[in-house]
Ligand binder design. Structure first.
Ligand code: C5P
Length: 392
């Protein structure tokens, strides 16, 4: 049986935590509750104890509790820590690492994943301080569910309502499922390339492909989440390094080719980078506009994917990407054969895929073509990572 530690914060939405406990119990998830001082104004320890069929903890300074189970142990015996509702104050303390009551001390002491379900007034949710705290917590690996948009207890309307208990349960189950699959790629070395390359024309100008790096970074993150040892060779992008990923920054295609060679051997390689096809004969000094229109002399860049396919150190599973604007599947099928990749992940970039959040994918393998429904890049990454885990 999976176990969660549920921290119930002080907000009117605390009453929904009661329904959440009931749903968890029905789904055979054991729940142990911690109620904050604020939370006690909205629900009683007795309600939570009756619903969870377990003792409820409220104070850091309870000798009896501490004698039975120390707070460090309490923070670690569950598979997942859930904060619902997570108030603005609670998120601020979590982001800052403040531990001034039982709940915040447990959150600082835990070695388990944390899922937060925020609930607060819309202005508080939109406040720059809360934006900052949420961004920090996401970067620290905290998962979020909600908040929803709608009418609030305070009479205002907007984003800030606690997610419905059913949605929180689904997020809990997804997190618990993720923990179960977490070790699937343990011991596997996987290489990912991402982002564009910049090919200098002179010290201030360059040739590049359009690429935000988001899809490649999401894939590196999803592979690392399954336990793989991931090396991410990245062109110039403005994205934070995903957790547990070893990142090597490069600028040009030639540098990327060298970094890829240095990262071998690998069990699999996912080449997501939008490598510039040509490089210019770069000038050491800035080319002056007053000197008239320059002629660019271009040479072809190494095709890293094709080179890797022919190399004696070819990874067992080699995956290329194909960004196409027309006849997507046809071009991808041809690319798979020409480059010697095992799979080609084809994406239709005719819409707003570049730099956007969603992607529509066709997966071309030796077994045929799969059409994936349009989904967020993070979901494409998770689905692909799972396929890689199955294949390895
Ligand atoms: O030929 P095209 O650029 O469309 O091929 C895309 C695939 O090849 C991607 O997987 C990309 O990362 C890889 N590629 C590469 N080196 C190049 C060009 C593309 O690895 N020079």
């Amino acid at each position: 049986m999976k176990r969660i530690l549920l921290i119930v914060g002080g907000g009117i939405a605390a009453y929904k935590a009661c329904e959440l406990i009931r749903l968890c119990r029905k789904a055979e998830i054991a729940v142990r509750c911690v109620l904050t001082k604020g939370g006690e104004h909205f629900v009683t320890p007795m309600t939570l104890a009756a619903l969870s069929e377990a003792p409820v903890h409220t104070s850091l300074w309870d000798l009896k509790d501490e004698a039975e189970m120390g707070h460090i142990q309490l923070s670690r015996e569950a598979d997942l820590v859930v904060v619902a509702p997570a108030t603005a104050d609670m998120l601020a303390k979590m982001a800052a690492g403040i531990a001034d009551d039982l709940a915040t001390t447990l959150l600082l002491a835990t070695d388990k994943p944390v899922l937060a379900a925020p609930a607060m007034n819309v202005r508080m949710w939109e406040h720059a301080a809360t934006r900052r705290n949420v961004a920090q917590l996401r970067a620290d690996g905290v998962a979020f569910v909600g908040p929803d948009q709608g009418a609030m207890a305070c009479g205002e309307f907007g984003e800030g309502r606690l997610a419905e208990p059913e949605a929180i349960l689904a997020a809990i189950q997804a997190q618990l499922g993720g923990i179960e699959t977490a070790g699937q790629l343990t011991g596997k070395r996987i290489l990912v390339t991402a982002g564009p390359t910049h090919e200098p024309i002179d010290p201030v100008r360059y040739i590049a492909n359009r690429s935000s790096g988001r899809q490649g970074y999401a894939i590196a993150a999803a592979l690392a989440a399954l336990g793989a040892e991931v090396t991410l060779v990245s062109g110039p992008v403005t994205l934070p390094t995903p957790r547990n990923v070893h990142r090597v920054d490069v600028e040009t295609a030639q540098e990327m080719a060298n970094a890829v060679a240095a990262a071998l051997p690998a069990d699999a390689a996912v080449m997501v980078a939008a490598v510039a096809d040509w490089r210019a004969d770069a000038s050491d000094q800035k080319i002056k506009k007053t000197e008239g229109m320059p002629t660019l002399s271009l040479s072809e860049n190494p095709d890293i994917l094709a080179m890797l396919a022919k190399s004696p150190r070819r990874p067992g599973l080699l995956i290329g990407f194909a960004a196409e604007t027309e006849r997507v599947v046809e071009h991808a099928t041809e690319k798979r054969a020409r480059k010697g990749a095992d799979w080609i992940v084809a994406n239709d970039v005719s819409g707003d895929v570049m730099g956007g959040e969603a992607n529509s994918i066709h997966l071309v393998t030796a077994d045929g073509i799969e059409h994936w429904e349009r989904m967020p890049k993070a979901d494409v990454a998770k689905k692909l990572a799972q396929r890689i885990a199955d294949a390895l």
